[in-house]
Design a protein around this ligand. Sequence first.
Ligand code: PLP
Length: 291
Amino acid sequence: MTVLVFLDPAFPAGRVADASKPQLMATDLGVTRGDGVFESMLAVDGHPRKLAMHLERMASSAAALQLDFPSSALWEAAITTALAEFERDHSGVPAVVKLMLTRGPEGAGVPTAWVAASPVPDSTAKQREEGLDVLLLDRGYDSSVAERAPWLLLGSKTLSYAVNMAAIRFAKQHGADDVIFTSSDGKVLEGPTSTVVLAVVEDEIKTLLTPELESGILPGTTQSALFAAAENAGWQLGYGPLEPSHLMQADGVWLISSIRLLAPVKSVDGEPLPVSAELTAELSALVETVL
Ligand code: PLP
């Protein structure tokens, strides 16, 4: 099901590996410490979407960890190999393409880098169609900590996602589907795997809003592409700060990301939110223009 291609100097197009067999050293610091960075992107008909944005964000995540970043050409070659392999068995099936980079085996001083392509899970379409019940969970940091404490790596897409996954499990244990993190000073931040986007429609003026990057959130490639397309289509744009009351007063709230795309939020902490099929369709169509 999963295609694996390692970046390997001996294989210019990448080295295809068997995903059903062990492939990493047990001492790899990505495994033992979550010390590395990654990206997840969508590929349709063998073409990765927003590739340049993902590579750019991954390069800046790697820089934040002082991790050597393989050239874009090497990544692109490995992605092409992975998607060609994937398409052979899954023609027409959308793929999740993960780019992984770790600090490598302890003591080796050489990063480990690979590409994994697998089918998009069915649950993503279901969440898009049915919407999400969301809990607000305190991330425990204030909204100005990112600048003060760069070693927290807020705003980088590191492999240390155990906290994000724990937040989603907590939501599920409490009858919800997903999470919106808030800062300790009460600002809306992001989902554990998504960006928060709000729409406000007033006197026929349509505005899209999202929290400001300075609050220590990951710069979402889907949000950025959506905002560019929406601006061209006549929307106004706004960048935080946002508080939970803004979510409750909006005409629509979505969690958006590369694989799941736009998933409408239908409740926050059990309070129903308006879900507009019309706005979801309009914004989803704008996201679809981003190839
Ligand atoms: N915020 C976090 C914490 C994420 O992990 C992700 C994606 O996985 C996003 C936002 C959305 O980013 P993108 O739209 O680039 O997929």
